[in-house]
Design a binder for this molecule. Structure first.
Ligand code: DGJ
Length: 736
């Protein structure tokens, strides 16, 4: 069924697609009330009754309407100052200093074209219907537009808000959310993704407590402590059953998502730019647009929710030219050579890349003027002619002559104080006057709110990409903001700096990716410090985490998969012992965990490559043969318990099914382990590759299969895992 938006005469709005419904209505007082987000509803002309509580004592009667208390009403964009004392979606300081606003519904518009958001990334809108509700506050003469889009093929509603100052005085926005989702009283669980550097995106689920639970960032990035995503579900929801609402922001800077279990047991979820340390001076005649919030619904548990996210990211967020393209396999120079790189080393690594049968060589750091370690040279985006006498583009051309693709690392948003750029433009960094600027990885953040900074970076990056010898860019970003202020902004605009930085970054990215549509971009921020829908709108893939060691990566990929498809994830086979945690993990396990990311490669030096050459060649063959399935297939979390993780990937046609089983710590006398597969065709037959065993889909799903036994014995017998810790097995089934 196509997406639809139906509007009844008594101002009930029904957004749907036959599977989900989003229902809101306008009350007699002009308040936009929220009615439903969930399974499809056929009749909205006569909605089930909403019981009104009899309000007593200190409880308020909104604008004198008996027993109409906004504290007890689900709303689309709640305001502060009248009868709702929960956290509001908007907080504005009016010209006369008070903070009360009353926005009332004025009009609406339905369209097939999804309007783009000014200066901000947003989901593409094909096969969708959009609604804009316009509200107005007559006293302060401000308008508010609430935008919604519902999609035919995805159970998603996107939202954003725009505040327009029609008055002749400026106002100050202290808070403006992208969305509010008021859910009815019930028992809910909350799931979010938390962590830190190299341990990002770990899942955390708990019963929503009374009060407010917030995740946020004030680092200038969406951050690695909390991902800008939250799911609220019925307490009984599990992986395959139950209702769940997931919400993620398409924003890469400071965000906040709050879930409030209020006095009457309803839940309010608010998401948007973090109001902490934010204030926006909105002059007369100007407007402010919020980032977009993406909300998904599934009645089929967390897996159902993830499938909606994966399909939506692929079809409406990822750059379309790469969304369905098999990713090149690669050798990355970082853990292979770090800064010790020059033309000879690169060409030698290129020979290894070619010899192994990989597709691309990536020079990761160390190639630009003076960059011998991480204390120097960020900002000086010129080839280091000591290392590359004819320029890095020339090396790119030589690498390409070998039949390979060539990739290059940049960290455009940063500058080392030890650099020519900083010497020439000390004012170009985020800073506040008369204070020492804190460093992080010996670097400062360039002030991307400035047009001159954006122009310099565009000119430098464009000069390399225009050579035509660069197929891939790893866009890195390795510190958080401190002493947040801009020399380019007035005193009363200093708290706009972090958001203006994001607008500057998005403008720069838009310009670069538009001019170079055939360059594949990978997002990285010390791994997953900015792994969000905003960056994924410009970049086809993301370095999920600096944790390249596979066992450390298991919970990261598992957590990330709640929202993000593996088509956007990058991994490589790391050296051993791991440079991150010292673990010694077999090549087999490194390759089999790495298998479950669409962009796959290795970061090994020439010696490491030579030591395992034949095995690495086999891995390259397998990675290349399955590259299309990784981008276009469907990923499932099958098991995630203390010592075991199991994932399944079904190719798009269902012809190939990959089951990865990972056993973390070995122990004596363990019980047998059993896995039930998912999402197979019940009556189809599946042959287990490498054997003549054929099983029916329903047997694999409902009866399941025992995993190879975890034993201390060193054995080559297929029925056993390899001895010791960190064992893995990749089963490949073919539908016959
Ligand atoms: C941090 C990234 O996360 C690494 O993968 C690598 O690119 C280094 N930066 C290079 O400096």
């Amino acid at each position: 069924m196509p997406a639809f938006i139906k509007v009844s005469e008594d101002r009930i709005f029904h957004l749907g697609n036959g599977r989900i419904s989003y229902v809101l209505n306008v009350s007699a007082e002009g308040v936009v009330e929220h009615k439903h987000f969930g399974q499809a509803i056929t009749r909205v002309d006569n909605l089930p009754r909403t019981e009104k509580r009899v309000h007593r004592s200190c409880v308020l009667h909104h604008q004198d309407v008996p027993n109409y208390n906004l504290n007890d009403v689900a709303q689309e964009f709640p305001l502060f100052g009248t009868s709702d004392q929960r956290e509001p979606a908007l907080h504005i300081v009016n010209d006369d200093g008070n903070t009360t606003q009353v926005f009332r519904y004025v009009s609406h518009e339905v369209s097939e074209a999804k309007p783009a958001l000014s200066g901000l990334p947003s989901a593409r809108g094909d096969d969708s219907q959009s609604l804009i509700l316009t509200l107005h506050d007559d006293v302060v003469n401000l308008s508010l537009e609430l935008s919604y889009t519902v999609y035919a093929d995805h159970d998603v509603v996107t939202r954003s808000a725009r505040l327009i100052n029609n008055s002749d005085v400026a106002v100050s926005i202290d808070k403006i959310a992208s969305t509010c989702l008021d859910l009815p009283a019930d028992d809910y669980d909350l799931l979010h993704l938390k962590g830190t550097w190299a341990r990002e995106l770990n899942e955390d689920r708990f019963a929503l407590p009374k009060g407010r639970f917030s995740i946020d960032s004030a680092t200038g990035t969406s951050g690695n402590v909390h991902n800008p995503f939250m799911a609220i579900m019925d307490r009984s929801t599990n992986e395959h059953q139950g209702r769940v609402v997931g919400l993620a922001l398409m924003y890469s800077g400071n965000f906040a998502i709050t879930a409030e279990l209020g006095e009457f047991d309803s839940v309010r979820v608010l998401a948007g730019i973090n109001p902490f340390n934010f204030s926006w001076h909105l002059p007369a005649g100007d407007s402010f647009t919020t980032p977009e919030a993406v909300q998904v619904f599934s009645a089929e548990g967390l897996n159902g929710m993830s499938q909606v996210w994966h399909g939506f990211v692929k079809n409406h967020i990822s750059p379309p030219q790469f969304a369905n393209q098999a990713r090149p396999t690669y050798l990355n120079s970082w853990e292979a050579a770090y800064f010790d790189i020059n033309e000879d080393v690169v060409l030698e690594l290129a020979d290894r890349t070619k010899d192994l049968g990989l597709d691309m060589l990536v020079v990761d750091d160390g190639w630009f003027e003076g960059r011998d370690d991480d204390t120097t040279s960020l900002g000086d985006w010129f080839s280091d002619t000591r290392k590359f006498p004819n320029g890095i583009e020339h090396v790119g051309a030589l690498v390409k002559e070998k039949g390979l693709k060539f990739g290059l690392w940049f960290e455009p948003e940063m500058v080392n104080p030890k650099s020519q750029l900083f010497a020439a433009h000390p004012d170009w960094i985020i800073h506040v006057p008369n204070r020492v600027s804190t460093t992080g990885r010996h670097q400062q953040t360039l002030d991307l709110s400035r047009q001159d900074v954006q122009d310099y970076l565009f000119e430098r990056i464009d000069s390399f990409l225009s050579s035509g010898h660069i197929d891939y860019v790893k866009w890195d970003m390795n510190r958080n903001m401190s002493e947040i202020g801009s020399a380019g902004l007035a005193k009363d605009q200093q708290r706009e700096t972090a958001h203006r930085y994001m607008l500057g970054l998005y403008a720069l990215l838009e310009k670069i990716v538009t001019k170079h549509p055939n360059v594949l971009f990978e997002n990285c921020a010390s791994g997953g410090n900015r792994f969000d829908l905003g960056m994924l709108r410009f970049m086809s893939q993301s370095w999920v985490s600096d944790m390249s060691e596979p066992i450390g990566r298991l919970p990261i990929i598992n957590g990330a998969s709640y929202v993000y498809p593996i088509s956007v994830m990058a991994s490589y086979i790391c050296p051993v012992p791991s440079h991150l945690n010292g673990r010694q993990v077999s090549l087999k396990t490194r390759a089999e965990v790495g298998f479950f990311c669409a962009a796959r490669g290795l970061s090994l030096n020439a010696e490491d490559v030579d030591a395992d050459k034949e095995a690495l060649k086999d891995i390259a063959v397998s990675y290349k043969a399955t590259a299309d399935d990784l981008v276009n297939g469907a990923f499932y979390r099958v098991k995630n318990v203390e010592q075991e993780v199991c994932w399944q990937l079904n190719s798009q046609s269902g012809q190939h099914v990959y089951l990865g089983y990972f056993h973390i710590l070995s122990a004596a006398n363990l019980p047998s382990r059993h896995i039930r597969m998912v999402a197979l065709e019940p009556t189809a037959d599946y042959r287990l590759q490498g054997t003549d065993q054929v099983y029916s889909g329903d047997a694999l799903m409902h009866m399941g299969l025992d995993m190879p036994y975890v034993s201390a014995m060193q054995t080559t017998d297929d029925e056993f895992m390899e001895a010791g810790d960190f064992a893995s097995r990749l089963f490949v089934f073919e539908r016959v």
